[in-house]
Design a protein around this ligand. Structure first.
Ligand SMILES: [Fe+2]
Length: 251
């Protein structure tokens, strides 16, 4: 008997997990790509719907249940991969008496990483919150992605050492990042985006615990929370919130 490859064992494990649920769960193409795979979805593969089991069209039973009308803070509470980086960055901006708009931008600048996707996170994050915040805030969040790679001595912002460590000393940003940096450089809101990078804190004191408490009122004043709940207000990004809420919905 040949030994099962790692891939085959992973697939078997996923099938077993699916077997134990009352529903069939399929993986979106992007989730498979994250595992370096193309092709048909794995979970539920080989299983036809029926015999009492159907593909998931609602909440994923493996994830925490969300309120019917979720707020921004609910998404962070029930879906975030981690919020410490955002809270620490916003806390630094708060301590330096930055305007509330900048504190909010710092609080939400990596919302895409926390809730959705890392690749092109600044662009996704800006799009996600665009209908609910001042245009300057979403513009700055979009621009911070490019600005992070370019120093600005006038405010003491250097190329992050962490980038050297993570991407290598010879890393050169993609052409579109360089382009978007040049565009942002001449924009009236350049400094707002630059302030995100100045407060973008990775080397924070791990013993300092920052809670949401100092930011609840700032969010209340500057984030237009829809009454119907995020995902149900027909905004241009409502579908994105719904996908974060139900990432494995079959269609
Ligand atoms: Fe970022």
């Amino acid at each position: 008997m040949t030994e099962a490859t790692l891939d085959e064992r992973a697939d078997a494990l996923e099938r077993k997990m699916s077997d134990e649920l009352d529903v069939l769960i399929s993986k979106s193409a992007l989730f498979n790509m994250a595992d370096g795979k193309l092709g048909p979805t794995k979970m539920g593969q080989g299983m036809a719907a029926g015999a009492g089991k159907y593909y998931l069209m609602g909440d994923d039973p493996r994830l925490p249940k969300m309120p019917d009308r979720p707020t921004l803070l609910d998404f962070f509470k029930y879906r975030a991969a981690g919020t410490n980086h955002l809270l620490q960055s916003a806390n630094l901006a708060l301590k330096k008496d930055m305007p509330e708009k900048i504190v909010l931008a710092c609080l939400l600048h990596d919302i895409a990483n926390a809730l959705f996707i890392k690749s092109d996170h600044g662009y996704w994050g800006a799009q996600l919150i665009e209908p609910y915040v001042d245009e300057e805030v979403s513009w700055a969040i979009r621009a911070h992605q490019a600005l992070r790679f370019f120093p600005d001595d006038s405010v003491g912002y250097a190329y992050p050492e962490m980038y050297v460590k993570n991407f290598g000393a010879d890393y050169v940003p993609d052409a579109y990042i360089e382009h978007d940096y040049q565009v942002a450089r001449d924009h009236k809101w350049y400094m707002t985006a630059r302030m995100i990078t100045v407060h973008d804190l990775y080397a924070f004191d791990p013993n300092v615990v920052v809670t949401w408490e100092p930011f609840v009122d700032i969010v209340g004043r500057h984030f237009r929370q829809p009454e119907e709940g995020l995902g149900f207000d027909n905004s241009p990004s409502a579908h994105m919130w719904r996908t974060i809420r139900r990432p494995t919905k079959y269609l």
